[in-house]
Design a protein. Structure first.
Lengths: 541, 939
């Protein structure tokens, strides 16, 4: 049996000593230092906390005299004492005094020395327990060793990856800086090309009337199509709204009329879900209020587009109509032709007549298209550069994320990042992707429910404590209708491989995954260390 | 909306929703929705309104007979000419039984319930004197003391119960007696009344009371009522008794409230109809899970009781009247009734839907006498196994075997003792009782053996609804043997409960009871061991799709009796069958432990009950006290409430305060709904866990005292959680007190039930000296005073004059403490004296019935503690031969510098240690508990 806490210090002392006293005080380790504490000089003895001196005969007389319980190491008289079990053939241990003579053969006291009252007879089973213990310990050691070996590899992997990431980060940052400079240059050329092309187009437009008019028909088609689509989507929304209203009525009636004494969990869930939905729905409704305004805007837009297309058709039928009359008639709807005619008027004032005559030939459509091509090329070049930068930045983000992420004290968890494991528990298959998300999938209907996303390690409130990395919290999973959002606490113990051992739901919608993994192995025992440890164990026994 | 605030809003709405979701009143009948309640209340109204009202019932003078030690006489309803037979019997111990049935009924009226309710045949004894005068007035004197008499006045019929010539109880005092005779629908002539129409003409219409006589519809359910009206009503007056108690179960005060008119009165009568009420309401006369139609009445230094033996739906109206003058009835006839002073009287009106009138009046004269008299009839509270009175850990649900093991281990890790871990309905295979979900519980036997090694037990839930499934052996057998409750048309009744479509075993059938009990044999109940005990839930019976969440009244039981006639006793019979099964499952009979939710008179014979599905709210904690005490005064002392509250999550403060109250209540179990957060004691964290640990350990230290009290209750029916009025019958200040109580006679407890309180007001009955249970300081000052009560303190006090045995070595379970030495707390009274007792047996078997126990008394007087054994069984004594007294703690400033023990092995000087607060501790007298006559002298 393993002992913990302050007792193990005493134990350690015990292990180094050799038995000496023949008349040992019951419940005290049979070793000089310990027994010496109970050596009596004269007729009295002083409690170990020095609080009281009592007759020597009061030691182990089944009456508690010392406040620290030290006068009754061999009985149950003191509420705060401890009792020593020698456990020959196994490992000695201490048990709390209240377990002495309580009719229970304590596992910690395999020699049965704790039970002497006759309430129960406890056999000395230390030999068997010792064999069993050593066997289990050997198995455990093997697992721990295998786990530790894997963990060493994972640490190496993690640290290498970490270094690679740091290098890559520097590289990426440099590359991005270069790319950004290149981008600047390209953007300048694009701007230049664009303004040239614009100028040319404007000039051309002035001379040949609105360049838009010839391109209008396809635009009109698009608008018609869009309007059709808007119309059908609106219909669809109306239908959906009708269905939602009907379902809400059904739920409303169910809530009002259901018999809560049925204790039907499904109904209960549906009703609390309905109530929660209503809250959300109210919010949606208020947002919809804004949407309605949006819709009105949309309607304005519609009339605008209609005006535009009407304008176009007008233009087609009344090609020679004075743009000013048109402007007066159609208001702002006919901007392009208005601007174009204005420009032409202006140019007539500015440019000499000859130039005016020459312009049309210079600004042939071919030239315009050529210029357009230049702009497109420049713009593509900018876009490509942008893409390059985005890619690099995205990679940098990933690298940074990995660098920032808590992969454990020695980066031992990095190896498991995004690795997934599952466990079939009959009704559901549970899965977890480390640092990712956890799910349960129903074996009945295949429904997949999120149990949460990785939040943090959670083994302790103190991130520096060794337990901190033994548990992981996955939260904000799918909400239980009548409970919290689902969450998972993954509890790891040392193992030679990573696996889910057991999934339980100790509280509704709060799952516990009992897992094992090399990453959770507590220390790395090298072969040499292990050998020396084995020697100590051998000596103990 | 950001996720977080969205979640918060949801939470807020959700909690509103939960609050508003409490009891759906419309699921349950009010009096106005129950035809017989309406009729009887209408009768009371019209009788009260008419100054010249005369009850139509008269005794037929020449029919009066005294035979077989009792009186019989015909009683005629002069309005209908129907004739009843009255039987009046004097029973032993100041008890009188009054029965009335139809002389020649159309068919038998239901009386079989007596076999489930009464333990002895209640054979009448010959009264000391009986006779009648020429007017037909019958006078019966109970015994030679002559102070208790029954007087029957013939016309109108009136029965007075007199003490020292003053009536204490009167039947038909106000003329509400009503016995609806059975009739055939065909021959029934409806009562017609004249109705004046608007035009002045008159038409004959059926009177209001004719409504719903032959069929009654409540919401969507129609009760076919093939027998028509058959209710019985009687008014019972308690003259000059200002307080009445009992008639559980209601979430009401200990001293019952008025139900008709008056400030603070309820508008509905107290109702007795076993029902499964979801999130029941506080401060209400509405029916709950159990029904005991027993009422205790108290006035200064005098108590009387009434038991209305009827398991059909019953309502009770209560009014209190100003001081009355007794210038009527019996006084005129005998001219002998003395004035009874200027005190309030309590007038009650009882009516039941079916059966016969069969009631008992208990003369007391003290409440303890009444408890004895009542439990002599309906049975002694069962002597529990010793583990049953320790701490129980329950939750819906411990999910699997590992969960059970881990919870079990955590108790040890945190040094919190416990005796029993419970498994709710999720442990079964699809809510099929007696089965296990083997995926979750692969080896239940091993699980029980592990628990049992530490002296611990397992309780599994077993409910009376049986899943309709031919592959389920229980269903198959019950079907094949024809043991289910039937529909009027013949086939098995089916309803909806946890497992879905279910049927209910008809436990009124002796074959069903025997078959059921047999299912608990270890061979029959797969994976059960001796360490397994049982919890009976939903036995009102709860039927999710039935009227008022229970079985329709026209379903048919063994012998053709309608469910209507026996509804309230169904759960009790079921409880009894289960208890029988556990008793008989081993070669040597063992005391059963069965917790039941439904109960009726007599349930005390089978085990414990709890107050059902309460809420994790402060008012529910407050209500637990009057609720448990009301059940306790009705002969059922082994009761408790779910510690922490079943529904919702208690705050840590509420949880701690609830543990502090629960540790001093007879049945001590923590329980929680499946939707709640885990709340095992160690999860609260400090300081809460430590406070809970201390109070649970205090329960364990006091277990010997509790065991004494259970033995006393078993012997005499005395409540364990005792209202102050029981111990202080002369102190009017305590008659209605129900926020503090006594554990037995020796410990006063005032649990804190206010949120945030750091102090509380305690009433210390001034006739006694009180010592703080924790500090041992003597209480100084006023009778009523505010005491500090920070979170870690539950105000509790030893009562001067009492000796309380304790065991101070707190171990893992009560079993592990069974051979530990005793510490005696000797709390001295004003004369420096104290007394106490000790009862020990094997805590397990029925050996005590063969006198295999030890019973002894401690007496402290003039500085000497003496020990005298009343009974000692040598075999049992040898099993506890080593048990000694290890310490005396004497409170109340005894003067001594040493002590001397004298026993069979001679004299021994003992060390004493004195504290500033006047406490004296005598060190290890080492006197044996099995040795008679030792003494310890202070010197």
């Amino acid at each position: 049996m393993l002992t913990k806490g302050p007792l193990s210090c005493i134990l350690a002392a015990v292990l180094l000593a050799t038995p000496a006293l023949s008349q040992n005080v019951r419940g005290v380790a049979p070793e000089n230092v310990e027994q010496a504490l109970y050596k009596v000089s004269g007729d009295t003895w002083t409690c170990l906390d020095k609080s009281k001196t009592i007759p020597a005969s009061a030691i182990n007389d089944d009456y508690c005299d010392c406040p620290d319980g030290s006068d009754e190491p061999g009985t149950s008289a003191c509420p705060n004492g401890v009792f020593y079990c020698e456990n020959k053939g196994h490992i000695p241990s201490y048990i709390k005094s209240y377990r002495v003579n309580d009719g229970v053969c304590d596992a910690e006291c395999c020699d049965g020395s704790d039970e002497s009252s006759g309430l129960i007879k406890c056999d000395n089973i230390c030999k068997e327990v010792g064999i069993q213990y050593r066997k289990q310990k050997a198995e455990l050691d093997a697992i721990v060793a295998a786990g530790a070996t894997t963990k060493r590899e994972w640490i190496a992997y993690g640290q290498t990856k970490e270094k690679e990431n740091q290098i890559r980060k520097a590289q990426l940052e440099e590359e991005i800086a270069v790319l950004r400079k290149e981008l600047e240059v390209l953007q300048k050329s694009e701007d230049a090309a664009r303004s040239q092309e614009k100028e040319a187009r404007n000039t051309y437009a002035t001379l040949h009337g609105s360049s838009g008019s010839s391109k209008c028909p396809p635009c009109k088609t698009n608008c018609d199509a869009a309007q059709l689509k808007i119309g059908s989507l609106k219909n669809h929304i109306r239908n959906l709204q009708d269905e939602v209203d009907e379902l809400l009525n059904l739920l409303h009636d169910m809530k009002r009329d259901h018999n809560q004494n049925y204790h039907d969990m499904a109904v209960k869930s549906a009703i609390s879900g309905y109530d929660e939905f209503l809250v959300e729905y109210d919010n949606v409704k208020s947002e919809r209020q804004e949407d309605v305004e949006d819709t009105q805007y949309e309607e304005n837009l519609e009339s605008v587009t209609e005006d535009i297309t009407d304008g176009f058709s007008n233009e087609e039928s009344e090609e020679d109509q004075d743009p000013k009359v048109k402007e007066a008639k159609q208001g702002k709807s006919n901007m392009i032709s208005r601007v174009a005619s204005l420009l032409v008027t202006k140019l007539e004032h500015i440019l000499p007549a000859k130039v005016m005559q020459a312009l049309p030939s210079y600004l042939s459509m071919d030239d315009a298209e050529r210029l357009q091509q230049v702009v497109t090329d420049a713009s593509n070049a900018v876009q490509n550069k942008h893409n390059d930068i985005d890619n690099k930045e995205s990679e940098l983000r990933t690298v940074n994320e990995q660098l920032d992420k808590d992969y454990g004290k020695d980066k031992e968890w990095m190896k498991l990042d995004q690795q997934c494991f599952e466990k079939d528990e009959g009704e559901y298959v549970y899965s977890i992707c480390i640092f990712g998300h956890a799910h349960q999938k129903s074996n009945r209907d295949g429904a997949n429910t999120s149990l949460g996303n990785f939040e943090s390690f959670s083994g302790s409130s103190d991130a520096n404590s060794p337990e901190y990395h033994s548990k992981q919290l996955y939260n904000h999973g799918a909400k239980c209708w009548n409970g919290p959002e689902r969450s998972v606490k993954a509890v790891f113990e040392c193992g030679s491989t990573t696996e889910i051992l057991e999934v339980t739901e100790p509280e509704k919608c709060e799952y516990q995954f009992k897992m094992r993994s090399p990453a959770a192995c507590s220390h790395i025992a090298t072969k040499e260390e292990k050998e020396s440890e084995a020697r100590i164990v051998h000596q103990e026994l | 909306m950001p996720l977080r605030s969205w979640a918060l809003a949801c939470l807020a709405i959700l909690s509103l929703f939960l609050l508003s979701e409490a009891v759906k009143k419309e699921d349950f009948k009010s009096c106005s929705q129950s035809a017989f309640c309406r009729r009887n209340r209408a009768l009371a109204d019209s009788a009260s309104e008419q100054s010249n009202w005369q009850s139509p019932y008269t005794l037929v003078k020449d029919s009066i007979r005294f035979s077989n030690n009792f009186l019989t006489a015909d009683v005629k309803n002069t309005a209908t000419n129907n004739v009843l037979i009255l039987e009046l019997q004097v029973l032993v111990d100041n008890t009188v039984r009054v029965r009335m049935d139809e002389k020649s009924p159309l068919r038998q009226r239901y009386q079989d319930h007596a076999q489930f309710t009464l333990v002895d045949d209640a054979k009448p004894v010959k009264p000391f004197k009986s006779g009648k005068n020429t007017d037909g007035v019958v006078k019966i004197t109970l015994d030679e003391s002559g102070c208790r008499k029954v007087v029957v006045t013939p016309s109108p019929l009136r029965i007075d119960f007199l003490v020292n010539e003053s009536p204490v109880v009167t039947l038909n005092d106000r003329g509400f007696f009503n016995f609806e005779h059975l009739r055939s629908k065909e021959l029934h002539k409806p009562k017609m009344i004249t109705q004046r129409n608007e035009d002045g003409s008159e038409t004959e219409v059926e009177a209001e009371e004719e409504k719903d006589l032959w069929e009654e519809t409540f919401r969507t359910w129609t009760d076919s009522k093939p027998n028509g009206p058959e209710s019985i009503g009687m008014d019972i007056s308690f003259h000059d008794f200002g307080h009445v108690y009992g008639i559980p179960e209601h979430a009401s005060s200990l001293s019952l409230k008025e139900t008709r008119g008056g400030e603070g009165a309820y508008t509905e009568p107290y109702r007795l109809y076993n029902t499964d009420v979801f999130e029941y309401e506080m401060d209400s006369p509405a029916a709950l899970y159990g029904s005991i139609p027993f009422m205790l009445a108290h006035r200064k230094n005098e108590s009387v009781g009434v038991f209305w033996m009827n398991p059909s739906e019953t309502w009770i109206d209560i009014v209190k009247t100003a001081p009355e003058s007794h210038a009527t009835g019996v006084q005129k006839v005998f001219n002998m009734v003395k004035s009874t002073g200027q005190k309030k009287s309590t007038k009650t009106h009882w009516f039941s839907e079916a059966g016969v009138l069969d009631m008992f009046v208990f003369f007391g004269p003290s409440s303890k006498d009444v408890f004895r008299q009542y439990t002599k009839l309906t049975g002694k509270p069962a002597m529990p196994q010793s583990f049953a009175i320790a701490y129980h850990q329950c939750r819906w649900n411990y999910i699997n075997q590992n969960d059970v093991r881990e919870v079990d281990e955590q108790f040890d890790v945190h040094d919190i003792p416990y005796d029993v871990i419970w498994l709710d309905i999720e442990h079964n295979d699809g809510k099929r009782y007696f089965t296990w979900d083997e995926a979750k519980f692969p080896d239940p036997t091993k699980m029980q053996n592990e628990l049992s090694q530490k002296g611990r037990k397992l309780v599994t839930i077993i409910d009376p609804h049986i899943k309709r499934d031919d592959d389920y052996y229980i269903c198959k057998e019950a079907k094949d043997k024809n043991l289910f409750v039937k529909q009027p048309s013949g086939p098995d009744y089916e309803g909806w409960c946890w497992p879905g479509q279910s049927s209910w075993v008809d436990y009124t059938n002796p074959d069903a009871r025997k078959w059921w009990a047999d299912k608990f044999k270890l061979d029959n109940y797969k994976h059960s061991t001796e360490a397994l005990y049982v919890w009976n839930d939903m036995n009102e019976p709860s039927v999710f799709n039935g009227p008022e969440i229970t079985m329709p009244k026209d379903m048919v039981h063994h012998g053709g009796w309608e469910h209507r006639a026996l509804h309230n006793v169904y759960g009790q019979i079921y409880h009894g069958s289960t208890a029988d099964g556990l008793k008989e499952r081993l070669a040597v009979q063992q005391r059963p432990f069965v917790l039941s939710r439904a109960f009726y008179a007599g349930s005390q014979r089978f085990g414990s009950i709890w107050t059902g599905d309460n809420m994790a709210q402060w008012d529910a904690l407050q209500a637990s006290m009057p609720m448990i005490m009301s059940v306790s005064v009705a002969g059922l002392p082994f009761a408790g409430a779910d510690v922490g509250g079943f529904f919702n999550n208690p705050s840590h403060e509420l949880l701690v305060r609830w543990y502090q109250a629960g540790a001093f209540q007879p049945f001590f179990r923590a329980h929680a709904h499946i939707d709640t957060k885990r709340r095992e004691p160690w999860l609260a964290g400090e300081p809460y866990t430590d406070i809970i640990r201390n109070v649970v350990r205090e329960r364990y230290a006091l277990l010997p005292y509790w065991y004494n009290l259970f033995q006393e209750a078993h012997e005499n029916g005395t409540p364990i959680m005792r209202p102050l009025v029981v111990e202080y019958p002369e102190d009017e200040a305590v008659f209605a007190m129900d926020d503090q109580f006594l554990v037995g006679g020796g410990i006063l407890v005032k649990p804190v039930t206010e949120e945030g309180a750091t102090q509380t007001n305690v009433y210390f009955p001034p006739s006694d000296i009180w010592y703080d249970l924790h500090t041992h300081d003597r209480v100084q000052g006023m009778a009523s005073q505010v005491v500090p009560a920070p979170l870690d303190v539950v105000p509790a006090y030893y009562r001067g004059g009492h000796i309380v045995p304790r065991r101070e070595r707190i171990r893992r379970s009560s079993h592990a403490m069974s051979l530990d030495p005793f510490t005696l707390v000797i709390a001295l009274d004003a004369n420096g004296e104290a007394n106490g007792s000790l009862y020990l047996d094997d805590g397990k078997t029925f050996g005590y019935e063969k006198k295999e126990y030890l019973m002894a008394e401690f007496n402290f007087k003039h500085g000497v503690l003496t020990y005298s054994i009343q009974h000692k069984n040598p075999v049992f004594a040898s099993s506890i031969a080593s048990v000694r007294v290890e310490r005396l703690v004497i409170l109340g400033h005894p003067s001594a510098s040493k002590a001397v023990a004298t026993d069979g092995s001679g004299k021994r000087d003992l060390d004493v240690e004195k504290s500033k607060n006047g406490k004296l501790v005598v060190r290890d007298p080492a006197v044996l508990i099995t040795e008679n006559g030792w003494k310890i002298e202070l010197a």
